[in-house]
Design a binder for this molecule. Structure first.
Ligand SMILES: Cc1ncc(COP(=O)(O)O)c(C=O)c1O
Length: 408
């Protein structure tokens, strides 16, 4: 890519489709073989060499016991310092948790009580709704702006409302934001922190996509923002290095949240897998060159996707993501409606445009309506795939949209 013969090759072009189809993960098992799967957040990449080597070493040693030590947090601290200029990363205020969503829920249990409100910016990663409500908290939406960014006025009003109504309220921030790919600026995060302080709302920042910030944007760790001292963040190598099957993540507490972190139940630390910790430590510690190759490739796919949409689906709205490998496509111009179920809810979690593209184009996307208010009529497309697959998928989607006009 940059002429350096030792640089890792483009990871998105390394694996042919027949080899990917032999995978047994959700991306490859949910749909039949004629479907191009661009839905769940898994990438079509081989494992980064330092991670594969660390795992092979562990297997050869039979090093498959319980996890110990603080290597994961130390590797993350070095990465945070190098990449995000987070020099005083508080390794002493971290806990290894089973994964980001379990970490989010355990932290929310520390800072809120049953029935308390948890504010989210819709549309947002669907498990924010399910996990939060299953843990007995109430999800309160504060929708994003039309540009897919935090609406600070709306958020302030929402904080005022939930702060007045609840002893303890929280805000589950997603940065970079899934599905719009917005990378919140330092100024936006400072405004969030000021609002949260004013209204007594505790912030929990899901920063799982943080290493996946694309050229042009800068990631600001929430805990480095003034006013965020009582907040928590959750980070993991699982998105950026495709390690969702190797469970581990890190919860980080701000200085004023140290006492809360100490109340984290012991059993939470029993969840992460030792092989997961080994893989994630290798990712943050030694996976930088591989990540750079990936980011360059994703930047290329982001541009390619923009060109493909302009060519095949010009009627769609495309919010060019600043981070993640997810694109949020506004398909409302296609006029494909999700089917409501007698006003009670939505029939299926695959509906509307995503259902149409699956049925007619044999391309699997994530259906926007499950991302909450503002999601209906949209699809989320995962572009962490080869140029050939992306090109074929969007061409098929374009033909399907045309045929639907001819034969509704
Ligand atoms: C914003 C966000 N949080 C959490 C997760 C899930 O992370 P984990 O598997 O570590 O729970 C995802 C996965 O795509 C995500 O996009």
């Amino acid at each position: 890519m940059n002429g350096d013969p030792t640089a890792p090759p483009n990871p998105l072009e390394a694996l042919p489709l027949p080899q990917l189809r032999r995978r047994t993960s959700a991306k490859w098992r949910e749909h039949p073989a004629d479907v191009l799967p661009l839905w769940v957040a898994e990438m079509d990449v081989p494992l980064a060499a330092p991670i594969a080597e660390a795992l092979h070493r562990a297997i050869d040693l039979g090093d498959t016991g319980y996890s110990a030590g603080e290597e994961y947090a130390h590797a993350l601290a070095r990465f945070a310092s190098d990449r995000w200029r987070w020099r005083d990363f508080p390794t002493e205020r971290t806990a290894v948790v089973p994964d980001v969503m379990m970490g989010v829920i355990e932290v929310l249990r520390l800072v809120t009580g049953p029935g308390d409100a948890v504010v989210v910016n819709s549309p947002v990663y669907p498990p924010f709704y399910a996990f939060v409500s299953h843990s007995g908290r109430r999800v309160v939406e504060s929708p994003l702006t039309a540009e897919g960014r935090i609406d600070l006025d709306h958020l302030g009003d929402t904080f005022a409302r939930v702060g007045a109504a609840h002893d303890r309220a929280a805000y589950l921030l997603c940065n970079p934001h899934n599905p719009t790919g917005a990378v919140h600026t330092r100024a936006e995060l400072e405004a969030v922190a000021a609002l949260a302080r004013r209204h007594g709302v505790r912030v929990v920042a899901d920063e799982i996509h943080a290493p996946l910030v694309l050229p042009g944007a800068v990631f600001t760790p929430y805990l480095t923002v003034p006013g965020a001292e009582d907040a928590f963040s959750l980070t993991s190598a699982s998105k950026a290095w495709n390690l969702a099957g190797l469970k581990a993540a890190v919860a980080v507490a701000g200085a004023e949240a140290a006492a809360d972190l100490r109340r984290m139940p012991e059993e939470v630390g029993h969840g992460p897998s030792h092989l997961g910790v080994i893989a994630h430590t290798a990712a943050f510690g030694e996976g930088g060159a591989w990540l750079d190759a990936l980011l360059g490739a994703l930047d290329g796919q982001r541009a390619l996707l923009g060109r493909l949409i302009a060519e095949h689906l010009p009627q769609l709205g495309y919010l060019r993501p600043e981070g993640t490998y997810l694109a949020w496509l506004d398909c409302r111009a296609l006029g494909v409606e999700e089917a409501p179920l007698d006003g009670i809810g939505i029939v299926s979690d695959l509906d509307g445009p995503a259902r149409m593209f699956l049925d007619r184009a044999r391309v699997a996307l994530s259906s926007g309506h499950v991302f909450g208010t503002g999601g209906a009529g949209h699809v989320r497309l995962n572009f962490a795939t080869s140029a050939a697959v992306l090109t074929e998928a969007v061409a098929r989607m374009g033909r399907a949209a045309e045929e639907r006009v001819e034969r509704p």
